[in-house]
Ligand binder design. Sequence first.
Ligand code: V47
Ligand code: SF4
Length: 362
Amino acid sequence: MSRLKEIEVKVGRSERLSFEDGMALFESNDLLRIGRMANIVRERLHGNVTYYNINRHINPTNYCVYNCAFCAFKKNPGEEGGYEFTLDQIAERAAGAAAQGATELHIVGGLHHKWKYPKYLEIIRVCRQAAPAIHIKAYTGVEIDFLSRISHQSIQKTLKDLVEAGLGSLPGGGAEILPEETRKLICDKKSDAQKWLEVHRIAHRMGIKSNCTMLYGHVESNEDKVRHLIQLRELENEAPGFNCFIPLAFHPDHTQLSHIRKSDGFTDLKTLAISRLMLDNILNVKAYWIMLGLKIAQVAQHYGANDIDGTVVEEKIYHMAGADTPQEVSVAHLRDLIRETGRDPLERDTLYQTALASLISR
Ligand code: V47
Ligand code: SF4
């Protein structure tokens, strides 16, 4: 039996795929076959539904003490293009989001050279005050680790403070690529893989849900990607709490790795499909349209993805690294894009509750 046939049999029986299976999938270029397997899993879990949400991104500052090789967003003090929002500007964005029907604020930013711990709590508090009903998904595992260090507190206490201020869950950024040798090549200064995993383990044990990501298309190998996915899968087994996995394609413009070509549609779909197949215990896989582009995010709905993210409104991290997607799409446009693929659009909140689910649980 060919390797792909063996994997197809396992997928048909809902058996867990091994490291060797993951490697065989990355080494194959039979995208249609890999996609078909991922689609089987996706439809088994979610039927014909594709989720989207109404959200708004806020990137409070791009000043950052770190210097990740893949990042075009980060600036040093005094550098052209650096910015920091005031608390009023942040509150204004939060209030505007609520007024437009957003259910989520997605807050991710730089690790500022001068901001103290209370400032990061204030950011959450002002959003909570300006938008009392909104879910605040804020600060990656790397940011939480940084905050615990500048506040000289444990990860637990830091998360507890943030939840008291209004935080609802953690976004999936900062995972980058977990195998240490490669991680060191692209971000040697910030939290290592064990620390990133520890933050999410602790959050999950405290009942705080989170997302997870994988940055690909830079200097990583296939083995790195398979090991990364298996580490996420193992953490989910040990301490369940991942809502969703988001593969993030490296955008090279204006980064230290600008000589690397941006990943292509084939690689994006293949990575997404293999992620769906390997992550058998993470329910949702998101085709993040800001990063993939609207067209590939649509096709991805038949290659393992069951989510397309949200309205976004103002995105800086990818656009400073060369993303040519719009900054915002309307709900009507998102729903049309999903319908065009033959899927049924369904609005969700950050925790994947839907109006349907909330009606049933009443
Ligand atoms: O950790 C930064 C990535 C992440 C680049 O939870 C880049 O729903 C590609 O947390 N090319 C932060 N990627 C963003 C993040 C996120 C994004 C989307 C959805 C969710 C979610 C969370 O952005 C970083 C890093 O992996 N990143 N620069 C770049 N040039
Ligand atoms: Fe800073 Fe995040 Fe950019 Fe790294 S990826 S330099 S931590 S803003």
